[in-house]
Design a binder for this molecule. Structure first.
Ligand SMILES: Cc1cc2nc3c(=O)[nH]c(=O)nc-3n(C[C@H](O)[C@H](O)[C@H](O)COP(=O)(O)O)c2cc1C
Length: 174
């Protein structure tokens, strides 16, 4: 049995959260023995087919323009970060979901990062859960939002610890 954490991150905040969730999952799965593994994969490297033994997929990315990123918003972010990476610009959560082979058996839980400001609507986690369901991932649900102070960041105090604790809880779903 394995758990896969797939993340998209332009400035590193979502990567940090994904790493903490994966650590929490490993802690939570600790008692299940060496077959229970957790992999952490950048979405630009994630294959369309999940490995057969994946029981739980945790999928997270930054909120861009009130939703999941698009090629233009990723270009914008990478430009701000002075990074030129065609692979990361071309593939985000939206593109991965559109080409992934759907599974009705795998539980998929989404998360996102976004700016903690009043009245800023939209969540990549919500959009991703909806897109997954539309593609045939019957057991997709929206998970947590983790907050950054502003664009590009930093993460608010306590968010990494909260992500780790959430990962420990998620292990029960695998
Ligand atoms: C092009 C662009 C659009 C963004 N749009 C939103 C938005 O609609 N709502 C929001 O809360 N944050 C928005 N942000 C801020 C990102 O969500 C924030 O920078 C993100 O959490 C950083 O994650 P990362 O370091 O993993 O890339 C935007 C950032 C960029 C670069």
């Amino acid at each position: 049995m394995s758990v896969e954490v797939i993340f998209e991150s332009m400035f590193g905040n979502t990567r940090t959260i994904a790493e903490a969730v994966a650590e929490g999952l490993r802690e939570g799965l600790g008692s299940r023995g060496p077959e229970a593994t957790v992999s952490l994969v950048d979405v630009s490297q994630a294959p369309a087919d999940l490995p057969e033994d994946v029981m739980l997929l945790v999928l997270g990315g930054p909120t861009h323009a009130f939703s999941m990123s698009r090629p233009a918003t990723r270009e914008d972010a990478l430009g701000q970060a002075h990074v030129h990476d065609a692979e990361r610009a071309s593939t985000g959560l939206r593109e991965w979901i559109a080409q992934a082979r759907p599974s009705a058996d795998v539980t998929v839980i989404t998360f996102d990062t976004r700016v903690k400001k009043a009245f800023v609507p939209g969540s990549a986690a919500r959009s991703a859960a909806r897109a997954l369901a539309a593609e045939g991932f019957a057991r997709a649900e929206r998970g947590e939002t983790f907050w950054v102070a502003d664009s590009p960041g930093p993460l608010l105090d306590g968010e990494v610890e909260r992500a780790r604790a959430w990962g420990v809880q998620l292990a029960a779903r695998a």
